[in-house]
Design a protein around this ligand. Sequence first.
Ligand code: ADP
Ligand code: MG
Length: 451
Amino acid sequence: MTDIWMDALAGLRPRLGAETYELWLRPMVMVATAPGVIRLRAPSLFMKEWFENHYREAVLQEIFSRTQERFSIEVDVAPDVAHASDAAPPVVPADVPMLPVSRPSSAPLGLSERYRFGTFIKGASNELAASAAHAVAEEPGKRFNPLFIYGGVGLGKTHLLHAVGHALHHHRPELRIVYLSAERFMNEFISAVRFNACDQFRKRYREDCDVLLVDDIQFIAGRDRTMDEFFHVFNALYESGKQIMVTADRTPSDMQGMEERITSRLNWGLVADIKPPDLETRVAILRQKAEDERINIANDVAVYLATLVRSNVRELEGALVRVSTFAALKGVTITQEFVREVIGDTAAPRHSTQLTVEAIQKAVAGYFSVRITDLKGARRHKGIARPRMIAMFLSRELTGSSYPEIGLRFGGKDHSTVINACKRMIEIQITDPELRSIIESLRHQLVGHPT
Ligand code: ADP
Ligand code: MG
């Protein structure tokens, strides 16, 4: 049976490229198969998630094209050697194919172990949502009911939902907490209808439930019977003062196909958004993940990575894993240079290729009302030195030119001058919101999108 897996990998390799193959597929080990199921083991949780998000589909298609059989893939995570340093390191039996896999079933209620308040970094972008979630966890059914959290993909909505579940489960063990995705709600409802089990379904969600946590409610929009059922569940719980918390990818009113009587109810409590995190928050998230995963990354490198990956936390975490895996494979330390090499092209495609150092100098000179010749000159007066460093930093970030090349274009300065300028700018941005917003608005002006 190992052959299925090995053959599929061999088939995918030319398509995905040797590098992707080495980084993301080769570390996945097949540990067992059951009819229709292939069980894999990933070296870390991040590898598991990355595989599932990026390659699972491709692998399944490849297998199907070879065998004409539909499989599903289940991935578990290798026992973590690094975290259990006192115990004898568990050996991952990479070459024992039929090992029965005992899946960790620790998480009660189907909540992910990692998604707790303790691991959620607060920042301006998620402050309201996070505070409201805390309030709900402290006083369910009292202050914000329902609590509705919305925002783009990978910004922490599911994380907060689980965190509320964990906290309530811990402080109020008597409460019956029900967590599920809207999709599962629908599927369960459909089978309940089919198997004449609607009474049980209703009992479970309307009576045997003190806290209802529903993820991605937008899923049921346009599904009439499921919406109707949800409406009644909502009313039953709400009327008896039970807490309801819901997430979605947009506001209640923006969900097309959602019945008005549902959207209006979702608006009854607090509607809180999560936005993409700012630089400071992204850095804090990276630092935490690095620590959790025992990844060695210097502060300035973490900041640099956070300036490259701006849109969402999931991508940010993925980028960190990718960089650290690659560094481990190559046996090198993670430097800014290395980060750019590994993720630069994928993370920064929005950066215009035509953008030149000269265009950046012009924009910065205009912004600060200084002359371009001063930016290129040697005067160290603060009114000049600061704009010069900003221009160097942006040149590095937005054009990807090398340090020596940038030095050359700034009047023939040494590359170490450019390196120092970039480092300073990164450090100062962390603590100085004013500089941060200047840089962000220049960046916006130059590449036409906010950070
Ligand atoms: P969403 O449900 O909004 O699509 P998730 O809750 O699944 O996003 O978050 C994606 C990943 O990013 C998860 O691994 C989550 O732990 C992490 N994450 C998101 N926001 C934060 C945060 N503020 N602090 C720590 N980790 C975060
Ligand atoms: Mg989610």
